[in-house]
Ligand binder design. Structure first.
Ligand code: GLV
Ligand code: MN
Ligand code: MN
Length: 363
């Protein structure tokens, strides 16, 4: 199956173990170049916006109408999986090719730096919609869209959880995307000699950070369906015999709604970027559900705990929807063990291409 071969090609970029195409890296660029070549092979019109997002367009019979987009991202976390992001781009390209020319222009988009392992995440989609934060990529300007706003956006993505596997269903339509907060908290200490400074007189930034990590864990555990993660600590000066002077701590908090998110954020000293929970749009969501029914598949709807570019576009007013593909191996993701079945992927591409055709019909 061509989509799987292409996913393997993209997965091989950057070497193992796992996928290693961090946002902004040469490996992310290599993946964009490979996909751009496949887009050209398919006869699509290829372009790159000022934020580096890649577009492949199959021009419609009425190109003056707002376009219909599909896609996802090609960057990964360190040691990531084969499907997260890449499936939505590679599968989106297959679906557009299968759909062929319709009234509206169909576009496949690969957004930049969705994961934000080193930054705030969903960079490309936020830049596209003109909603970057203070100090982020000032050269891109503020407030304007980088491309004409589309009529709809559909993102295919692996579920990244166990619910479809447990339900014995290959696909599901996403109802809403959870609220999330991401950022950095810094703790300051007083550096001094590890061998000569008495324990009583120390001001150790890492000890302060450690207390915060535990408070954050307890705060999330106390709020239903909330989760919080510290995935990165940067300790300065970072020497075994110097009491830490400064520690920056990454903070990632998710919850089904803003109220629960804020209950966890109460223990975070500092400002994080907050993205509220967002509903997927009625029309594309209904079109996806109808297509599942037409194929005789269970018409399941699931909430997404993970963040996605579709959430950014939805928050910016684009009618957006998502199709989840069953994750195997207990739903593990952000790991080389991430797995989905060829048959499920093929069905997702079929559903997507039918829905792109319907949404692209011009009315
Ligand atoms: C994207 O993978 C996220 O962090 O939700
Ligand atoms: Mn993803
Ligand atoms: Mn991811």
């Amino acid at each position: 199956m061509r989509a799987l071969e292409r996913l393997d090609r993209v997965y091989a970029i950057g070497g193992g173990p796992g996928a290693n195409r961090l946002g902004g890296s040469a490996e992310e660029q290599e993946a964009h170049d490979a996909v751009a070549a496949w887009m050209r092979e398919a006869g699509l019109e290829v372009s790159v916006d000022p934020a580096g997002n890649l577009f492949g367009r199959l021009l419609g019979r009425r190109p003056e109408l707002p376009e219909v987009w599909t896609g996802s991202h090609l960057d990964t976390v360190p040691g990531g999986g084969r499907f997260d992001g890449a499936l939505g781009v590679v599968g989106g390209l297959e679906a557009v090719e299968r759909a062929g020319q319709v009234e509206r222009t169909l576009a496949v988009v690969a957004f930049r730096d969705e994961e934000g392992c080193r930054g705030r995440g969903v960079f490309g989609s936020r830049a596209l919609c003109g909603v970057l934060g203070e100090g982020e990529a000032p050269e891109l300007g503020r407030g304007g869209w980088l491309e004409p706003r589309p009529a709809a956006f559909i993102e295919v993505h692996v579920e990244q959880g166990p619910r479809l596997e447990e339900a014995g269903a290959p696909l599901a339509v996403v109802s809403r995307i959870a609220a999330m907060a991401r950022g950095e908290v810094v703790f300051e200490g007083r550096p001094s000699h590890a061998g000569t400074t008495p324990m009583a007189g120390r001001e150790d930034a890492l000890v302060k950070a450690a207390g915060f990590v535990l408070r954050l864990r307890d705060a999330a555990a106390a709020v239903e369906s909330a989760v919080a993660t510290v995935g990165r600590l940067a300790v300065e000066p970072g020497a075994a015999n110097v009491i830490p002077a400064r520690v920056s701590v990454s903070v990632d908090v998710r919850a089904p709604d803003l109220e629960r998110l804020e209950a966890v954020l109460a223990v975070v000293p500092g400002e994080l970027i907050v993205i509220g929970a967002v509903e997927m749009a009625e029309r594309p969501r209904a079109a996806l559900l109808e297509e599942l029914e037409r194929l005789g598949l269970p018409a399941l709807e699931l909430e997404s705990g993970a963040g996605h570019d579709a959430g950014v576009l939805a928050a910016a007013g684009v009618p957006a929807a998502m199709l989840f593909v069953r994750s195997l191996n207990g739903g593990v993701s952000h790991s080389p063990d991430e797995l989905s079945a060829a048959g499920d992927i093929d069905q997702a591409i079929t559903v997507l291409s039918e829905v792109l055709t319907r949404l692209g019909c011009g009315n």
